[in-house]
Write a protein that binds this ligand. Structure first.
Ligand SMILES: Cc1cc2nc3c(=O)[nH]c(=O)nc-3n(C[C@H](O)[C@H](O)[C@H](O)COP(=O)(O)OP(=O)(O)OC[C@H]3O[C@@H](n4cnc5c(N)ncnc54)[C@H](O)[C@@H]3O)c2cc1C
Length: 167
C-alpha cells in the first residue's frame, strides 16, 4: 500500500472532481494518492444524470456550431449576481474545452452533443437555444470495468435514474 505521506499529490475524495484531478496529475508525471471516505468510488457523479455543460466545446467546433468566450461569460455573468470570482469563471470558460479534449485523449470519456438540448435560461445574453453546450457520454458495457465494477457507488438501495429520453 502506498504511504499517503510519500506522494506528490494527495486527492481527498473520489468523486468526478477528485478523480479528474488525479488522472490529470498522474498523466503529468506526478505520484498520486486518492483517499475516499466511502466504501465505493464515484461520489455524486456516479448517480447523476451525467450531462456535462461546457461552452465552446470541441464537439461544437467539430460540428461548426457557433459559440465564443464573450457569449459564455455574458451568460454566466447574467446569472451569478456578481458572486463568482473572475479567475474561476474565466478559467472554466477558457480551459473547459481543453479539459474535455484531454479527457477524450485519455479514453476517459466519449462525449457527444445532446441534440437540441437548450441552455436553461434562454432569456439571458449569450444563451444558446438549439443545443451544443450540453454533452452526454456514450453508453458503455458496464462489465468492461471488470473488477472495478463492484467498487463504484450505486446509490445503495435507491432506484437509479434512467435518462431514457436522451438518445
Ligand atoms: C440525481 C442527480 C443528477 C445530477 N445530474 C447532473 C448533470 O446532469 N450534470 C451535472 O453537471 N451535474 C449533475 N449533478 C450534480 C453533480 O453530479 C455533482 O455536482 C458532482 O458529481 C459533484 O462532484 P464532486 O467530485 O465535486 O463531489 P462529490 O461527488 O460529492 O464527491 C466527493 C467525494 O469525496 C468523498 N469525501 C467527502 N469528504 C471526504 C473526506 N473527508 N475524506 C475522504 N473522502 C471524502 C465523498 O465520499 C465523495 O466520494 C447531479 C446530481 C444528482 C444527485
Amino acid at each position: 500500500m502506498t504511504n499517503p505521506l510519500n506522494t506528490d499529490v494527495l486527492i481527498i475524495g473520489a468523486g468526478a472532481a477528485g478523480l479528474t484531478a488525479a488522472l490529470t496529475a498522474h498523466q503529468c508525471g506526478a505520484k498520486v494518492t486518492v483517499i475516499e471516505k466511502g466504501a465505493r468510488l464515484g461520489g455524486t457523479a456516479a448517480i447523476s444524470g451525467g450531462i456535462v455543460w461546457v461552452p465552446n466545446n470541441p464537439q461544437m467546433k467539430a460540428k461548426g456550431i457557433a459559440d465564443n468566450r464573450d457569449d459564455a461569460l455574458a451568460y454566466f455573468r447574467s446569472l451569478d449576481h456578481g458572486e463568482m470570482s473572475a479567475d474561476t469563471l474565466e478559467a472554466f470558460v477558457d480551459e473547459g474545452s481543453n479539459a474535455l479534449e484531454f479527457l477524450n485523449e485519455q479514453g476517459a470519456l466519449e462525449l457527444h452533443i445532446l441534440e437540441g438540448y437548450p441552455d436553461y435560461y434562454l432569456d439571458r445574453p449569450g444563451a444558446i437555444a438549439d443545443g451544443g453546450r450540453a454533452l452526454d457520454n456514450a453508453l458503455f458495457d458496464y462489465s468492461t470495468l471488470g473488477e472495478w465494477a463492484d467498487k463504484i457507488y450505486n446509490g445503495g438501495d435507491i432506484v437509479r435514474m434512467m435518462l431514457l429520453e436522451t438518445p
